[in-house]
Design a binder for this molecule. Sequence first.
Ligand SMILES: [Fe+2]
Ligand SMILES: [Fe+2]
Length: 361
Amino acid sequence: MERENEPQRTSDRRSFLLAGAAMGAGAIGVSRALAQPPRASADGGLTSGDVAILQFLAAAELLEADLWGQYNELAGIPDHEVPGGSGNRAYTKALSILDDDMSQYIHDNADDEQSHASFINAYLKAHGADPINLDKFRTLPSSKASGARQVGRLTNLMELTVDTSWWTRYRSDSKNPDLRDTLPQAVPDLAVGQHPAIPRDDDDLTSRKHLQAIANTAAFHFAAIEQGGSSLYPALAQRVTNPEVLRILLSIGPTEVMHFQTWQDKAGNAPPVTDPKTGLTFPKLNGRGPLFQTNLIMPEPTVFLDRKFPKCSILRPTQTEGIAQGAAKGLASSGLFKGQSQDFFAAVGTLAAAADAAERQ
Ligand SMILES: [Fe+2]
Ligand SMILES: [Fe+2]
């Protein structure tokens, strides 16, 4: 299957734009932002808790933008909206087996994350608070595969451990992680070990099954990331004070849900395959009951708040306590930050702790 939109070579203005934005905003490093906790501004009406929540979300969105940018360089549509990279034909083709429009969706998800980060940072700045700039942590290596830019990255997509329990969590009619339930993995092999979700170099393109396993890993990672965002926004919204900040969280959060919904549908199209090089196996999901059935993509009504209530179709989890630190920890344990400095983990940890300390006034 060929894509209609072959990647165009475009001039790469992303780094220029980021540098320009950073200078224009007078953006400062995370450590200084944290050393001087912002106060509510006279006209902005933001509490320090609202600022902490927005700053953590800005960091999360910058991390999302970084990983989606890497996917876009290799399998999306590089253009003026999401510049960088020139596409990798073989990897793109392996992903297109899941859906002919994967390149468009990857591009649009990348575009959305950049817009989330830019908006939240601009809003913080407009209210006298410090925007978040992670540029000094862009130190991780790029894929060496054809199509990727050779620039420093925030995230590592080449050694991932992907939790695929979101698949069964949204299909269960009796369990909810908010009530301390655990759910089985859709792809048990992905939840252990370390797996590339992008080709690491052109050697990864030579075996068709090996490359399909990499593309399938990406497909499950796409949904894993976006279901995390889907839960993060409503969880943090419960502790926002300012109505306009609440509006921001309620307006961005559901776009993460739209991403997740798309990706979980596409993940169901990942062909069963065993990687001949690593043994990583994507099992057949259909025929194993409703917890695994691929077309059950609408969230199954399940227990919510208390088992005494009737089942309800809901996002899950949405409990708010410790959500930011939980999200940061989950991303770290997935290997997404493998190779990052202690300073990076400290900075993200401090932002998460500040967001978790925010209280609704
Ligand atoms: Fe986002
Ligand atoms: Fe997202």
